[in-house]
Design a protein around this ligand. Structure first.
Ligand code: PA5
Length: 452
């Protein structure tokens, strides 16, 4: 059993007796078995379960070769995608790459920028202006190949590429990640001869970070994708059906959440970290949990904060506001860098009591102090710890969260692998934009808003 990633429920004791959580073991076990047997809801989308252990060295080598080619010819690689086709790569990149790497031209890595994850004209105009005199390649990612935001971004950026490089060279600078046979992006790939990777049919967007959806942009950004996949594969083994509840941290995490939701009525889960590098891991987790559980009027609402920053904004509410939440804290055992606070002769700031201490120790005490205060304020706390932020532990976290959300979804009896609610805004947007086929709906909506 590895000690690189642990889940501790000790700090829940004041709220839910350990025996109550342990009593959920049979339910969690049943849900885990349902996932592995593939006879539950949404069983067309279980390809992620054995994905880490089935990724071959050859597949990783091919992705790295493609990434090296893009790296060699580009100052900027723009990754186009939204939701599950964006957040995984963004999260892992932010966690593993130097925080100020993007501003450091000495590193020799291409700058990886994102597009197609919003419809902001200012964002696009500024991106176009930024890449104007820089060599560029594109990675366009869309499982369906029809999602509006990335499709618009790709149309604009492809046009720029073709005007700048000519159609043939532009095609050599574009790599697509999409469905194997369906969708407009697949047709474009076939027509234009783009290199492409396939997103397996049985892996949904929010579970796709360990497919080329995440791995290709991450390889371009210089992330060690072998170690990432290796970490996930370790967690796949450690959360399998043969691993009992006492050793199975995905089941334990799912059980704790279930108990807090069903027994205590805690409806909000705050993902907390004291490391800003993990901010986007929480964004990725929010999509994973929000889309998987939030349906049929059920599900814990995922929310996130980065402390100590957000203690100065959300701290008040968490300490004394509505008691609707619990926290899940990702603690990091050791930093990668080293900064020590020195003694100061004048001691005008009164901080000499910290002289000789690492900044990390101060952060650690802030974390402990905060958790104790929040527990006293009625906010239960699940503790997840990793020994450090590295590709392996991030891979472990990814798989642990994926496994736990599958179990959690089945425990509250929803289909954790669909997202029917995402369609509602799209229908209205298309109707308001006069998309052919939406005329009637458009008329009704305009009447509703006073024909504006
Ligand atoms: O989880 C999901 O399925 C969604 O968030 C999708 O990832 C997102 O809508 C993007 O879809 P696509 O990859 O088809 O463009």
């Amino acid at each position: 059993m590895t000690t690189k990633l642990k889940v501790s429920l000790d700090r829940l004791a004041k709220f839910v007796p350990a025996e109550e959580i342990a009593a959920l073991a049979p339910l969690m076990d049943r849900c885990n078995k349902t996932l592995h047997k593939g006879d539950g809801k949404g069983n067309d989308f279980l390809g992620w379960i054995n994905l880490p252990s089935s990724i071959t060295k050859e597949h990783l080598a091919d992705i790295k070769a493609c990434a090296d080619d893009l790296r060699a010819k580009s100052e900027v690689v723009v990754v186009i995608g939204i939701g599950g086709s964006y957040l995984g790569a963004k999260a892992v990149m932010e966690a593993l790459n130097p925080t100020f790497g993007a501003f450091d031209s000495r590193k020799g890595n291409p700058l990886v920028l994102f597009a197609g994850h919003n419809l902001s004209e200012d964002y696009m105009a500024e991106l176009l202006s930024f890449i104007e005199n820089r060599s560029v390649s594109l990675i366009v990612i869309s499982k369906s190949g029809t999602t509006t935001e990335p499709a618009i971004a790709f149309r604009i950026l492809r046009d720029l590429m073709e005007k700048r490089y000519g159609r043939k060279e532009a095609a050599s600078r574009i790599v697509a990640v999409t469905d194997g046979s369906r969708g407009a992006l697949r047709t474009l790939c076939d027509n234009e001869g783009y290199k492409s990777y396939i997103i397996p049919d049985n892996v949904g967007g929010r579970f796709s970070v360990l497919t080329p959806v995440g791995l290709l942009p991450l390889a371009v950004a210089g992330v060690d994708i072998e170690a990432l996949v290796d970490g996930a594969a370790q967690m796949e083994r450690q959360t399998g059906v043969e691993v009992p509840f006492e050793d199975n941290i995905a089941m334990q995490y799912a059980a704790a959440r279930y108990a807090l939701y069903t027994r205590l009525g805690k409806k909000v889960e705050l993902m907390v970290s004291f490391e800003p590098k993990l901010q986007y891991m929480a964004e990725w987790w929010k999509q994973l949990y929000g889309e998987s559980e939030g349906k049929e009027g059920k599900g814990i609402m995922p929310h996130s904060v980065v402390f100590t920053t957000d203690l100065h904004s959300m701290g008040q509410y968490i300490q004394e506001g509505e008691r609707i939440m619990f926290e899940t804290v990702i603690s990091v055992g050791a930093p990668t860098g080293k900064v020590t606070i020195e003694s100061d002769q004048s001691n005008l700031d009164g901080l000499n009591f910290l002289a000789g201490k690492r900044l990390f120790e101060v952060n650690r005490m802030a974390e402990l102090g905060t958790m104790l205060a929040h527990i006293d304020g009625g906010v239960p706390n699940i503790a997840i710890s990793i020994d450090s932020i590295n590709a392996q532990t991030i891979g472990m976290l990814i798989y642990m969260f994926e496994k736990a959300v599958g179990i959690s979804g089945y425990a509250i009896e929803v289909n954790p692998f669909d997202q029917p609610g995402v369609e509602a805004y799209k229908k209205n947007m298309f109707a308001l934009l006069d998309k052919p086929g939406y005329e009637e709906e458009g008329k009704k909506l305009r009447e509703r808003i006073g024909n504006k």
